[in-house]
Design a protein around this ligand. Structure first.
Ligand SMILES: *[C@@H]1O[C@H](CO)[C@@H](O)[C@H](O)[C@H]1NC(C)=O
Ligand SMILES: *[C@@H]1O[C@H](CO)[C@@H](O)[C@H](O)[C@H]1NC(C)=O
Ligand SMILES: *[C@@H]1O[C@H](CO)[C@@H](O)[C@H](O)[C@H]1NC(C)=O
Ligand SMILES: *[C@@H]1O[C@H](CO)[C@@H](O)[C@H](O)[C@H]1NC(C)=O
Length: 366
């Protein structure tokens, strides 16, 4: 069933850089709100009695994010969870690629790779922003946050008339808006000269953050439950529900594959490098730099290289030894694999298996 909730029109405002008057930190700040995914954030109630305020103990927040932290302390744990969900999904989607979402330096979550405005960086921003929308929307529904509750999305016009619209839905509207405030804050605080490389990167980040948020927003859908006498389903209650985050990951992975190369153009806006393609829309990913070579380890780009990676000898895809090992060849190992086997169903009702071990070949890049 199709649902149309149009993101609110203020959305385009993000492209306008608010010139916040704070001294610009020109250090390469490694987007470290993601580090919230790593530090276990304690529940704010623990901080009420304690002397230490939550927001000053969290590292990696920009000035604006710290202010939001003070106003919305109970949101922080969910932002951390959202970032973690995003990072895990990134690792899953890229498990068979040369760049698999892990990095050399762990001072920030993704390390140096993100200093390049590459496709991989675009995906990382999008999936993290998506993780935050997802986590906050759900937290609203679960009553974990003081400033939001169940979704108040209006009844879809195409819902059959005798179905009830109610139930407590995921509040994607709130999740989307909060994530926009929080995640984009650090980009909007920057005050780079218009048309500079840093400005281009800021515009790139904002576009990809938005694409990630929209992926969650647009994929939330209507879910329904039957009621009625003895399962007759004479009555249905429906509500708004987040899509499984795996689907969001798959969707953004496709956007990664079709990401658009951009450059800073006249009037200090991003424009397409190649005009033969359709221009990107707000839910597309964009990048401004070519990807570094992920074949070899390189401290300065943050690439880990593919030495030591497992590959598949028979696959012709990216996980195949030829591509994964960048033509360097591979070593073969035998490893012992433990499996459940000879499983038998016993009446009634359990399954009994034996444990089998077998030798399997594994291939590892040189
Ligand atoms: C990376 O992590 C390891 C182990 O957790 C730690 O010993 C090391 O200091 C970290 N490096 C940086 C740059 O943070
Ligand atoms: C690391 O990458 C940079 C930038 O692409 C390149 O200039 C440099 O030669 C590389 N270093 C090594 C050791 O491959
Ligand atoms: C990702 O790549 C790194 C470096 O090549 C490797 O150490 C790590 O095991 C890989 N992770 C997964 C899940 O394959
Ligand atoms: C290796 O790739 C082939 C072909 O894509 C596939 O059928 C097979 O299941 C893969 N093996 C492993 C261990 O993933």
């Amino acid at each position: 069933m199709a649902r149309r909730l149009t993101p609110n029109p203020g959305l385009h405002v993000i492209m306008v850089l608010a010139l916040i008057a704070c001294s610009s930190q020109l250090l390469v700040d490694a987007n470290s709100w993601w580090s919230l995914a790593m530090s276990p954030i304690q529940r704010p109630e623990l901080f009420i009695i304690g002397a230490q305020p939550l927001c000053s103990t969290l590292t990696g927040l920009s000035q604006g994010q710290r202010k939001l932290c003070q106003l919305y302390q109970d949101h922080m744990v969910h932002i951390g969870e959202g970032a973690k969900t995003g990072i895990n999904e990134c690792a899953y989607q890229f498990r068979e690629r040369r760049w698999n979402c892990s990095t050399v330096d762990n001072s920030s979550v993704f390390g140096r790779v993100l200093q390049t405005g590459s496709r991989e960086t675009a995906f990382t921003y999008a999936i993290s922003a998506a993780g935050v929308v997802n986590a906050v929307s759900r937290a609203c529904r679960e009553g974990e946050l003081s400033t939001c509750g169940c979704s108040r999305a209006s009844r879809p016009s195409d819902l059959p008339r005798d179905w009830l619209w109610g139930g407590c839905g995921d509040n994607v509207h709130y999740g989307y808006r909060f994530a926009r405030e929080f995640v984009d804050a650090r980009e909007r605080e920057k005050n780079y000269p218009r048309g500079s490389a840093e400005h281009a990167r800021t515009l790139m980040n904002l576009q990809n953050n938005e694409a990630g948020r929209q992926a969650v927003y647009n994929q939330a859908n209507v879910a329904c439950k039957c009621h009625g006498v003895s399962g007759s389903c004479s009555l249905k209650t429906c509500w708004l529900q987040l899509a499984d985050f795996r689907r969001v990951g798959e969707f953004l992975k496709e956007k990664y594959d079709s990401a658009t190369a951009m450059r800073i153009g006249r009037r200090s806006k991003l424009e397409q490098v190649n005009n033969r393609f359709n221009p990107p829309t707000a839910d597309d990913l964009v990048y401004i730099d070519p990807s570094p070579d992920y074949c070899l380890r390189n401290q300065s780009t943050g690439s880990l290289g593919t030495h030591g990676r497992l590959c598949n000898k028979t696959s012709e895809g990216m996980d195949g030894c030829e591509l994964m090992c960048c033509g360097r060849g591979y070593d073969q190992f035998k490893t012992v694999k433990h499996e459940r086997c000879h499983c038998k169903f016993h009446w009634c009702c359990y399954v009994k298996c034996r444990r089998c071990t077998s030798l399997v070949d594994q291939f590892v890049c040189k």
